[in-house]
Design a protein around this ligand. Structure first.
Ligand SMILES: [Zn+2]
Ligand SMILES: [Zn+2]
Length: 336
């Protein structure tokens, strides 16, 4: 099978030929249909994950079909459409694992960073971490739901977004565009913070009622003027500074949740946080049950991201383009 391999920090991916792996006990061999190219994959190559194990096949936005099953994998059959996610596996025994919060397990392993992921024609995953796809879900467009969608959906609900919330989303890229649509579908009022005025039409089309170009307007003041502030602000931009700039745009008791972030310290003024009982939290992708909820919600509300299909050979260039900030929809590697 063909695969793209990350061999070390700041080394371009290499395209290699490998044996198709055989599933052992508890494992599922997935013939991969599509794998989204996530900003995390670029962070891996940039060396932002000290626990990465090179060489590794990147990619954790995986859809495909079950090709073979090892022993002891209940609930799946060969041919079933499935997805695989950021969380490769976890210990299964700690309090987080037994309460269904496997993403918090101290022994969790990450797909495409510690274990081989989806930049390959086949992938080996653990039975309990492979998620059935709802019937009729397009596996190419659905690939980014496995990470970007899960991160957005879970971030919103962990931060307490409800139908009566005012929700502000910073950034309208892979995670942000889905967060806007999820928040709208949840019934919340939605504002979008972008850098330039050029993002307004897209944000409004996705359902936002307010768009703030942070280059021209102070985003915190604009949010504060929006009926007293946002109850939830979700940062999807890979910028801590962009998140910090919105802090005082929170309504009292509001929550700023970081889904996007960069490799710098997050600096916040404490006094407005204390006086208004503000919360700042961060949210990793999610656990298997969170992905099931994300997929069910997406299917019910017909929410699929706009994707640009690319070939495996194009993935090194796609990562370069992502690094230089050139736009385009979510790129998804497709396999014949
Ligand atoms: Zn655990
Ligand atoms: Zn991701």
């Amino acid at each position: 099978m063909r695969a793209a391999l990350a061999t070390g920090v700041n080394i371009p991916l290499s395209l290699v030929e490998r044996e198709i792996p055989e599933p052992g006990p508890g494992e599922v061999l997935v013939k991969i249909t599509a794998c989204g190219v996530c900003f995390t994959d670029l962070s891996l190559v940039r060396g932002h994950f000290p626990f990465a194990r090179f060489p590794v096949v990147p990619g954790h936005e995986i859809t495909g079909a079950v090709a073979a099953l090892g022993s002891g994998v209940p609930g799946l059959s060969v041919g079933d459409p499935v997805g695989a996610q950021f969380l490769y596996d976890s210990c299964g025994h700690c309090d987080y694992c037994v309460s269904g919060d496997q993403i918090l397990c101290p022994a969790k392993r990450i797909t495409g960073i510690v274990k081989d992921g989806g930049y390959a024609e086949y992938g080996l995953f653990k039975g309990g971490y492979v998620t059935p796809l709802p019937a009729g879900l397009d596996p190419v467009a659905a690939a980014p739901l496995m990470c970007a969608g899960l991160t957005a959906f879970n971030g919103l609900r962990r931060a307490g977004a409800t139908p009566s919330s005012r929700v502000a989303i910073i950034g309208a890229g892979g995670v942000g565009a889905l967060a806007i649509r999820f928040a709208v579908a949840m019934g919340a009022r939605v504002a979008v913070i972008g850098r330039s005025a050029g993002g307004e039409a897209n944000a409004k089309e996705l359902g936002a009622e307010l768009y703030v170009a942070s280059r021209d307007t102070d985003p915190a003041a604009a949010l504060k003027a929006w009926d007293g502030g946002a109850n939830v602000i979700l940062n999807s931009a890979p910028s801590n500074e962009a998140a910090a700039a919105t802090l005082t745009g929170l309504a009292p008791d509001g929550t700023l949740v970081l889904c996007g972030y960069d490799n710098t310290p997050l600096t916040l003024m404490a006094q407005p946080m204390v006086l208004n009982r503000l919360r700042v939290m961060a949210s990793p992708s999610g656990s298997p049950h969170d992905l099931r909820d994300t997929l069910a919600f997406s299917a019910q509300h017909d929410i699929l991201p706009r994707v640009t299909p690319i070939a495996l050979d194009d993935v090194p260039a796609a990562l370069d383009a992502m690094g230089s900030g050139s736009g385009g929809g979510r790129r998804v590697i497709t396999f014949a």
